[in-house]
Every structure is written in structure tokens, then in C-alpha cells.
Design a protein around this ligand. Structure first.
Ligand SMILES: Nc1ncnc2c1ncn2[C@@H]1O[C@H](COP(=O)(O)OP(=O)(O)O)[C@@H](O)[C@H]1O
Ligand SMILES: [Mg+2]
Length: 273
């Protein structure tokens, strides 16, 4: 059966990412035929349609396999090369070198170099350089094997929270604010965090737009979609904490309007916009 779009997911989210009916309905309303398929399902013909990586949230356990899969997909949004760059948090150093405000970041390859990196901040956050969903993020001591990324603990995550701006087709379209629960610093829902839709601020949308533009310059390619996560540093600077251009959850459960916005982007890519 001919299909316009395959939405790549993982077995834990076989039916689609959280809130997927908002996207499914928007695609159907736009006349775009689509289905969700697990990225590591060998039965799927990934050459049969445009492919959008969505909830492939188990890839960090087998990154080489995921990147090889992506490289073999003929029509892939944001491209395998973008994923190879973006799935290692050391890209943050490139964004900082290009002049963007970024959470201070030290990339550490070997355990022997870890104490000095941790000692350079009052309180350090240590995380695996390849990771997602907050896994392995810890304070003071590493929770798992390296290579790692070491940053100062940005206290405002507990009060102002982390904000995320979605940029689709180069345009900021929506924003959420995410707060952690209790002693946690991780804002993810599976650690008790809460996510709410907020009216995009000029400050956050401007930083998001700039961040995507800088990444496009570094990569030498347009980015179909991205999510720019931001956090306010102690000196008041709003800084990039993460640029998600691989598998950013669209928070469709709190931002159902991301469904039609993403469907419109797909329509343009399919030449129907
Ligand atoms: N330097 C930091 N200061 C405060 N909180 C942080 C810091 N780094 C990460 N966090 C918290 O941990 C979460 C997960 O870290 P993040 O860098 O976003 O990795 P992941 O790719 O796993 O989402 C963030 O959403 C934030 O809540
Ligand atoms: Mg994150």
C-alpha cells in the first residue's frame, strides 16, 4: 500500500509518541497517509515513503546501529548526518564556539580527567555524552561510564524551569515550560516533572531561531525541525541546554497544536504545501 509518511518510533511507543492522536488526526486532515513503525523492525520498507524520526527513544543503547539505519533511509527528515552530529552532546561546544550562549560544558573522554572537570564548578552535573530522557544525569559523581559532559548545576531549573521552543521549517511555533519535582533536577515526566504550554516569549523564540540558524551553518544543511531547550544561567543569561534535531518529542499531549504545525511541515516537504 502506498504511504506518504512513515513515523519512526520504538517498541515502547509502538502506537506513537505521547499525544500522537493530535498528530495522526492533523495528518489525516491534511490528506497525508501515514503510519507509525518501529525503527528496528526489519519488515518495514523505509524507502517507500518520507521518513520522520519521532519517538526512537531507545537508540542511545545502540547508537551505531541507529545511525546505520538512518544512513540507509532514502528520504529522511533532518538526515543521518544531522543525527550523527546531534546524538553526541559535544555539539554544544561547537554552538558555543559559534557565539551562542550555551550552558558551560566540558567534554571528558577518560575517567582520569573527570575530577578536574567536576572541581571546576561549585556543583557539577555529569551526564553521558550520548544519552536521552535524562538517563545517567547525576550531580557530583558520574552515574555510569564515559565519555561524559560536565556542566555547572544551573539552579534556575528548579524555579524558572527549562523551556523548549519548537522550530519547524525555520520558524518558532510553540513553547513549553518544564519543571522538575522535589529534589530532582530532571524535568522529564518519568522523573515526576511537569510540562505546561506557555505563550512563546520573544527572548526564547529569538534564541531558538538563532540556535537553529547557527546549527544549519555548522552542518551546511537546512533543518526541517528542531527543539531548542533553554535554561537561565546564574548571571541572567538565557542559554541553550540542548538542541534536539534527532528525535525531539513534540509534547503533543500538552501542545496538541504541534500536530497541525508538524503536518503542515510534512505537507510542504511532500510538495503539497
Ligand atoms: N547543567 C544542568 N543544570 C541543571 N539541570 C540540568 C543540567 N543539565 C541537565 N539538567 C537537567 O537534566 C535534564 C536532562 O539533561 P539533558 O542535558 O537535557 O539530557 P537528555 O538528553 O537526557 O534530555 C534536563 O532536562 C534538566 O532538567
Ligand atoms: Mg533534554
Amino acid at each position: 500500500m502506498n504511504m506518504d509518511l512513515l513515523l519512526a518510533t520504538s517498541s515502547a511507543w509502538a502506537d506513537g509518541e505521547p499525544g500522537h492522536p493530535a498528530l495522526d488526526q492533523a495528518l489525516a486532515a491534511a490528506g497525508i497517509s501515514a503510519r507509525w513503525a518501529t525503527w528496528d523492525d526489519p519488515q518495514v520498507d523505509w524507502g517507500a515513503a518520507l521518513v520522520s524520526v519521532r519517538s526512537t527513544w531507545d537508540y542511545h543503547e545502540r547508537l551505531p546501529q541507529f545511525l546505520a539505519w538512518a544512513a540507509a533511509v532514502p528520504r529522511l527528515m533532518n538526515s543521518a548526518a544531522v543525527f550523527a552530529w546531534n546524538t553526541d552532546k559535544s555539539y554544544l561546544l561547537e554552538l558555543a564556539a559559534a557565539g551562542l550562549p550555551v550552558v558551560p560544558t566540558i567534554v571528558v573522554g577518560t575517567a582520569a580527567d573527570l575530577p578536574a572537570a567536576i572541581a571546576s564548578f561549585d556543583q557539577a552535573v555529569i551526564k553521558p555524552s550520548v544519552g536521552a530522557g535524562g538517563r545517567g544525569v547525576s550531580i557530583g559523581t558520574p552515574a555510569g561510564p564515559g565519555p561524559w559532559v560536565v556542566q555547572p548545576l544551573v539552579e534556575s531549573v528548579r524555579t524558572e524551569g527549562e523551556t523548549s521552543v519548537f522550530v519547524l521549517g525555520g520558524e518558532p511555533v510553540s513553547m513549553v515550560r518544564k519543571l522538575p519535582a522535589g529534589e530532582e533536577i530532571r524535568v522529564h515526566e518519568h522523573y515526576g516533572g511537569t510540562t505546561v504550554a506557555v505563550v512563546p516569549t520573544a527572548e526564547a523564540t529569538e534564541l531558538a531561531r538563532r540556535t537553529v540558524a547557527v546549527a544549519e551553518r555548522i552542518l551546511g544543511t537546512r533543518l526541517d525541525y528542531g527543539r531548542v531547550d533553554q535554561i537561565r544561567l546564574a548571571d541572567g543569561t538565557l542559554a541553550v541546554s540542548e538542541l534536539e534535531v534527532t528525535e525531539p518529542g513534540l509534547y503533543l499531549d500538552v501542545l496538541p497544536a504541534n500536530g497541525p504545525a508538524f503536518a503542515a511541515l510534512i505537507g510542504r516537504l511532500l510538495g503539497r504545501g
